[in-house]
Design a protein around this ligand. Structure first.
Ligand code: X2X
Length: 339
């Protein structure tokens, strides 16, 4: 078995060299035994895609060319909503999705996005690599998807606007803000008396440009790499929620892999997550100067009145009811008492 595989590999390597002249595409296609598509919503220059390309190269070399990971960044294969159905059907094999959006399918997956729950990254990783993350992954598995152990970072989210900075909760009143397609986001901005509009990320730039909405909220690294500074003037450091990407796999596709390949792929994906986290943690700080140089006006609001506003609106009580006591207790054991 091993010998014949080695012979086969040799044969296909020879075919590649010979074929490189006449038919490079066919030659390349015959190299890998497994070709998986990885779709995501992030720009090509975002650290997630830089680390993903590095990881794809490592997987290819460690599997001796048997596994080929093809990356489709920036919604090339459709909106988040489209890609969620593709990962379920097997149209794509891998997809990174914000847990807060995945909540459409797995309600528990938005729990880490509860407003002002996390004070800092140290608390985030302890929780997401610990009991809270384990609980969420269990719920994702119950929904029939495979999820890798390490969540990738998106970041602490900040609020941008073309009309006015957000200094106090009152500034959110009537504010036309784009939010991802997810009940938690809509609920939170309604609690602020804003006017949230659910829009997939691939339509955000044009929604801002045409002033369908005044503002949006995202981590600094993404505001920069998606060039949202071109259509937004103010950036308020509201730090209102932490958001991360679960690395999801289609179950049938994942189970079709031999154990040795599956181990190499999982190890590399989880390893890349740790590097991507480090990249973003730095970038979400240093990007502020970069964006200021590109013309964005920054302000740092006191977040205590925002939290009070959510509390008064009954936001925490409502979501505690939705997630249930067990999940809420796990969250509070990581971040302290909420609400
Ligand atoms: O849609 C967004 O704003 C994004 C890219 O941050 C998410 O995937 C949640």
């Amino acid at each position: 078995m091993q010998v014949s595989r080695r012979l086969l590999l040799k044969a296909s390597a020879a075919a590649t060299v010979a074929g490189a002249v006449s038919a490079p595409h066919i030659a390349r296609a015959t190299q890998a035994e497994f070709t998986f598509k990885f779709a995501n919503n992030l720009p090509d220059s975002h650290p997630s895609n830089l680390r993903a390309r590095e990881m794809a190269a490592a997987i290819k070399s460690e599997t001796g060319g048997r596994f080929d990971l093809q990356i489709f960044p920036f919604n090339q294969l459709g909106s988040d909503t489209d890609m969620l159905s593709q990962i379920r059907s097997g149209g794509v094999e891998f997809f990174t999705m914000s847990g807060l959006i995945l909540a459409i399918l797995v309600p528990a997956a938005s729990i880490n996005g509860i407003g002002f729950a996390f004070p800092d990254y140290a608390t985030v990783w302890k929780a997401m690599d610990g009991e809270l993350g384990g609980y969420i992954r269990g719920e994702i598995a119950k929904a029939g998807l495979v999820v890798m152990d390490r969540i990738w970072d998106n970041g602490f989210r900040q609020t941008t606007s073309s009309t006015h900075p957000i200094r106090t909760p009152e500034d959110f009143k009537g504010f036309k803000i784009r939010v991802p397609v997810s009940p938690l986001w809509t609920s939170m901005f309604k609690a602020f008396d804003a006017a949230p509009a659910s829009i997939n990320f691939n339509e955000v730039y044009s929604a801002l440009q045409t002033k369908v909405v005044e503002g949006q909220e995202n981590p600094l690294a993404l505001i920069n790499t998606a060039k949202l500074y071109e259509v937004q003037k103010f950036c308020s450091m509201t730090n209102h929620m932490w958001d991360g990407y679960w690395f999801l796999a289609n179950r049938r596709a994942w189970q079709s892999l031999p154990d040795d390949i599956r181990d190499i792929v999982a190890r590399n994906i989880n390893g890349a997550a740790l590097k991507q986290r480090a990249d973003l943690e730095t970038l979400n700080v240093t990007t502020r100067d970069d964006l200021a140089a590109k013309g964005m006006a920054f302000n740092q609001p006191d977040t205590a009145p925002f939290r009070d506003k959510l509390r008064q609106a009954g936001f925490y009580t409502e979501w505690k009811g939705k997630y249930g006591h067990q999940a809420w207790a796990i969250l509070e054991s990581a971040v302290g008492k909420l609400g």
